[in-house]
Write a new protein. Structure first.
Length: 102
């Protein structure tokens, strides 16, 4: 019985610690949101999705973020690709691409 109690206590603590950690792409998601809001300030941004990560080189990765933007009754996607260094957590490049016709 004591073993189960200790196990549950340890397991619950591990879950709480893991839940408290923020994903490392969150910082770049905030940057992507700011860029889209600035570039499309006249338009309505209605959706946002983290699309995933690609490894570019040993410590370099690209995170893709997709935004749904509305303008004059039409919607289109905006993809923001953020390349950054995992080792020093620095932004290397940022690219914004429009995809018309969803």
């Amino acid at each position: 019985m004591i073993f189960i109690g200790v196990f549950l206590l340890f397991h619950t603590g591990a879950i709480s610690a893991a839940a408290a950690e923020k994903p490392d792409y969150e910082k770049y998601g905030k940057i992507a949101i700011a860029v889209v809001q600035a570039d499309y300030s006249e338009n309505e941004v209605t959706d946002y999705e983290y699309k995933g990560r690609k490894t570019v080189a040993k410590n370099f990765v690209e995170d893709d973020f997709k935004f749904l933007v509305g303008s004059n009754g039409m919607e289109f996607n905006v993809i923001v690709t953020v390349q950054h260094d995992l080792r020093n957590k620095k932004l290397l490049s940022l690219k914004v691409t429009e995809q018309k016709g969803k």
